[in-house]
Design a protein around this ligand. Structure first.
Ligand code: MG
Length: 313
């Protein structure tokens, strides 16, 4: 660490000048925490993340509260974010009812969540992969009619806890289907964190071969095996410029039974700024936000960068 608490900057060849960080801490993070955070704390969290310069702050999920009790306050939370631009606050919608709820509140950006594997589609959605896609098709079509941006999440793009390694053509097929139904952007999820950089390159190359352009692809890595930043760098070298991360590393991985899940936004920002890649994020403000949220959750942040920057002698 330099005296300023910021990384030294040494640029490298062949990397994008700017990366758009898609912050998922308030949704993917808190949804996977045991503690249910009060709505006013969530609202302050989203406001602080936006104030720290994150361009996209995924806010919540309009799934049925029975499935995700941590996010049962989606309506009330979204109502407290009216001072922010709704276009920077994507929300998850599983079906037509969820979309109705989101549109009624003025959502301008939504996400559906598909699976690359049958096992996870059954576990998470109680449907086959194709039944889930059929459920999302009208959601995506109606969103596009309403002028709302749609992101298509795809879980288990690399490995699946029940099926093992996931064949590339299987992932490519579902990605293609999501784009064909109108999704603006994909987010390739390494839900159990088993990917390694060669696998990332192979999947991105296979997607390009199926006419999926790199500028429609975001990556969503988990740090379960310590590979998230290496995988991110491989994706950046391929030309990817949208990277998902969770402030403070919020959200364990419920399927890997591990404390470490989402890539921490601070760890990502440290690497990107060290490479001279612009993110618009104020790392000091972001770290202070994650320290504050860790106190609200009653446990330290798993982010190495948060720990390093907040360590007091
Ligand atoms: Mg995640």
């Amino acid at each position: 660490m330099t005296a300023s608490g910021l990384p030294m900057t040494v640029s490298a060849q062949g990397l994008p000048a700017r990366v758009r960080i898609h912050e998922v801490g308030a949704r993917d993070g808190l949804q996977n925490e045991k503690t249910v955070v009060p709505t006013e704390v969530k609202a302050e969290f989203v406001h602080r993340l936006a104030a720290a310069g994150l361009p996209v702050v995924e806010a919540t999920s309009f799934v049925h509260p029975r499935w995700v009790p941590q996010l049962a306050d989606a309506e009330e939370l979204f109502g407290r974010l009216g001072d922010l631009d709704a276009a920077m606050l994507p929300v998850l919608v599983p079906n037509d009812r969820g979309l109705d709820r989101a549109l009624a509140l003025g959502a301008r950006s939504v996400a559906v969540f598909a699976s690359a594997t049958e096992s996870f589609a059954q576990a998470n959605l109680n449907r086959t992969v194709d039944e889930a896609l059929a459920m999302f098709a009208p959601v995506v079509a109606r969103s596009k009619e309403a002028g709302v941006r749609v992101r298509g999440y795809l879980s288990m793009c690399f490995g699946d806890p029940w099926e093992g390694p996931v064949p590339l053509p299987q992932v490519v097929r579902v990605c293609r289907a999501l784009l064909d139904m109108g999704c603006d952007e994909l987010s390739l999820g390494d839900t159990i964190g088993v990917a390694t950089p060669g696998h990332v390159r192979a999947l991105l190359t296979a997607l390009n071969g199926a006419d999926v352009p790199t500028d429609r692809i975001g990556v969503h890595f988990h740090d379960t095996y310590g590979q998230a930043l290496a995988n991110t760098l491989a994706a950046l070298e391929h030309g990817v410029t949208t990277v998902d991360a969770s402030a403070g590393g919020l959200g364990g991985c419920p399927y890997a039974k591990s404390a470490t899940g989402n890539l921490a936004t601070e760890d990502l920002v440290w690497m990107l700024h060290g490479l001279g890649i612009d993110t618009g994020v104020d790392l000091t403000a972001l770290t202070a936000t994650s320290v504050w949220m860790a106190e609200a959750l009653g446990r330290p942040s798993p982010s190495r960068t948060v720990r390093a920057l907040s360590h007091k002698e």
